[in-house]
Write a protein that binds this ligand. Structure first.
Ligand SMILES: Nc1ncnc2c1ncn2[C@@H]1O[C@H](COP(=O)(O)OP(=O)(O)OP(=O)(O)O)[C@@H](O)[C@H]1O
Length: 392
């Protein structure tokens, strides 16, 4: 009788023994198995196999060998399940081996502030990644392609880039902004001497014509001096051509009388992306419709750096990043993938017009140019105003 009672008691006791936590390594392997991330070889199933792992500061990287025939899209598609299963952020890279990096921290919203400005450089903070703030250097990689579904942060990102570039180099940055959303986002900055804004396809074609004319003149000047890249010359000026929304300049999308202006605009943009970089033109091309119609091949081929926000379909990720992944981003405004060679998950800093006007008001004089804050070190009590004065 006692023996009979002892069995349920033992079973109950076992239920209270704390379970050994399952390691991330084991969980990942189970996720591969449960999601059928494998190939069938004879009677057996072959999954990615862990070869080694490396502990870093705040992350662990796992390196897997991948069975031949298991495609990139199959591997990439398991990433959301891994993130959910571990309840952690993770990134994947496939380059012969599968490198899966699991982070201890999560990305969260943050706000732009003027400590991000790096005077005299062409570096802009594109966002915070798991490893810290990532800067994009427009003197190293002159052009940028950006896209993603509406309301996920393209304009905020463009404005953070614009604000940084202008405040980094108020005397040397020039902006030609093709704000195809009727000028609603950028026309308000057209009062600045560094900024010109086109608000429709007709104005865009005219502006691009002006830029291409300057480009031809600059090409001649560079040739005559034996220069091939502006970064190796004493010229400090850089001209930024910002296109928002690229689809509005696509002759394959818009028709009627606008079509020939769009055709001209596309060929000008192609020229700028092809040969403008060396002579100081930088193209930032943005679209909410990442299709082959809105992002012409000739523009795309010349742009190495990409930013993609959430896209509704995997094909959009292919257009923007040349690989899948952006369709699986969480639906969080400002969350994006920044890609130069490899992908980085980022959270773009939040900025709005009020903050931009305030920062510009503090750092630019009434002519929109640079001003420096000078503390003249006068002694307290001298009867003079002690606040630092500003001088142009
Ligand atoms: N980096 C960010 N951090 C926090 N919130 C953001 C961020 N970026 C965007 N948002 C929020 O999302 C809203 C939409 O952003 P934004 O206007 O940049 O989207 P969009 O992609 O340009 O949209 P559309 O294509 O319709 O112009 C913003 O008003 C803001 O509330």
């Amino acid at each position: 009788m006692l023996e009979w009672l002892a069995i349920p008691a033992l079973a109950m006791g076992a239920a209270f023994i704390p379970k050994k936590p399952v390691s991330d390594e084991v969980k990942i392997q189970r996720i591969f198995e449960n999601t059928n991330t494998c190939i069938k070889f004879g009677d057996s199933l072959q999954h990615p196999k862990l070869r080694t792992k490396k502990n870093g500061d705040g992350y662990v990287s796992y390196f897997y060998s991948v069975p031949l025939g298991l495609g990139e899209s199959n591997i990439q598609s398991v990433l959301p399940a891994i993130k959910d299963g571990l309840n952690k952020e993770a990134e994947m890279e496939l380059d012969g081996f599968l490198k899966l990096t699991v982070y201890e921290t999560k990305l969260s919203n943050w706000t732009y502030d003027d400590k991000l400005i790096r005077p005299g450089t062409w570096e802009v903070p594109v966002g915070v990644s798991y490893q810290g703030i990532l800067y994009h250097d427009f003197d190293k990689l002159p052009h940028m392609l950006m896209g993603g579904a509406t309301r996920f942060g393209k304009t905020v990102c463009l404005k953070a880039i614009f604000n940084t570039l202008l405040l980094n180099n108020p005397d040397d940055a020039e902006f030609y902004i093709l704000d195809m959303k009727a000028g609603l986002e950028f026309y308000k900055f057209s009062g600045l001497p560094q900024v010109k804004v086109a608000c429709d396809v007709y104005e865009a074609a005219e502006m691009l014509n002006e830029i291409v004319e300057q480009l031809k003149g600059d090409e001649k000047m560079f040739r005559s001096r034996g220069w091939n890249n502006i970064v190796d010359t004493p010229i400090k000026k850089r001209k930024f051509v910002i296109v928002d929304e690229g689809a509005e300049l696509s002759p394959r999308i818009i028709g009627g009388s606008k079509k020939k202006y769009a055709e001209y605009s596309q060929s000008a943009l192609s020229e700028i992306s092809r040969i403008g970089g060396g002579i100081g033109l930088r193209l930032i091309y943005c679209t909410q419709y990442p299709t082959k119609e809105s992002v012409s091949m000739s523009v795309k081929m010349n742009i190495v750096s990409r930013i993609s926000f959430l896209v509704p379909e995997a094909i959009g990720s292919k257009v923007l990043l040349d690989e899948y992944g952006a369709e699986k981003l969480p639906a969080i405004p400002g969350r994006a993938i920044y890609k130069v060679e490899k992908k980085h998950f980022i959270q773009v800093p939040y900025i709005n017009d009020k903050m931009i006007f305030q920062m510009m008001g503090e750092r630019l004089d009434e002519n929109g140019k640079n001003r420096t804050v000078v503390n003249d070190h006068r002694q307290a009590g001298s009867g003079e105003d002690q606040t630092p004065t500003t001088h142009t």
